[in-house]
Design a protein around this ligand. Sequence first.
Ligand SMILES: C[S@@+](CC[C@H](N)C(=O)[O-])C[C@H]1O[C@@H](n2cnc3c(N)ncnc32)[C@H](O)[C@@H]1O
Length: 259
Amino acid sequence: MRLECALIEAKEEINWYEDDSFWEVFGPELFPAERVNAATLEAKQIAEMLGLKERAKILDLCCGIGRHSIALATDSFEVTGVDRTESYIAQARKNVGDEPLSINFVIGDARQFCQLNTYDAVINMYTAFGYFEDQADDLRVLLNVHASLKKDGKLLIDLTGKEVFAREFQLRDWHEHENRIFLRECEVDCNWSWLNSRWILIKDGKKYEHRFGHRIYSAVELSNLLYRAGFSEVNVYGGLDGSPYDERAQRLVVVAGKE
Ligand SMILES: C[S@@+](CC[C@H](N)C(=O)[O-])C[C@H]1O[C@@H](n2cnc3c(N)ncnc32)[C@H](O)[C@@H]1O
């Protein structure tokens, strides 16, 4: 009887990244206007970094509210944006409005989404990789991406690398915007392979609190996983401007090619 109860409880538990309320509560903190606007320049940097040809087909995996999808489609690329969070996909579609863009938004999970030999490029932006407890799931995502790319296609992943976390580590920080206070606390776990976070938002007299964790990759660890997934050439940068991944790097940007 006890065992049965435990099983029922275990089934009901959901992973933090599958909790819509997390994305809904923190959406305004993740995507303020400046970050949405920054995607216009970032899309141009992505196109240059990947050497995208006119009308190239791009998959924006974990596209959120479609910041890069829309900017890339505005630059005449053919874009598919995939994300598991329905409210973000609805927002992305709304953001397109009546613009005649070649863009398709799909609700889907990165562990399952796969369209054989379809895309010239896949992008995964703003630390949308490393959420799964089992690293086999990270590998599964990369295998799907590899299979979905055409020959000579490229994958670009942009995230906060382990080296940057280590340099900028802050146990706690907080920001105040208009009528909201956003507080963050984090701890390094599992020998620097995992970061546990606690985010609190205080808004309209209410307190929202979520705890979550994700894997933190060094440049070498992420490159090795990409090679394991079948990518042939992996290049590492410290930003979308192509700067080196050195002690001044702000981001970890990895570009991997499929032969
Ligand atoms: C930090 S946001 C980045 C969004 C977007 N790439 C950007 O730059 O604005 C991470 C996104 O990953 C999505 N996500 C989380 N787990 C996912 C999964 N298993 N499959 C697909 N999308 C997922 C979330 O819904 C969220 O939109």
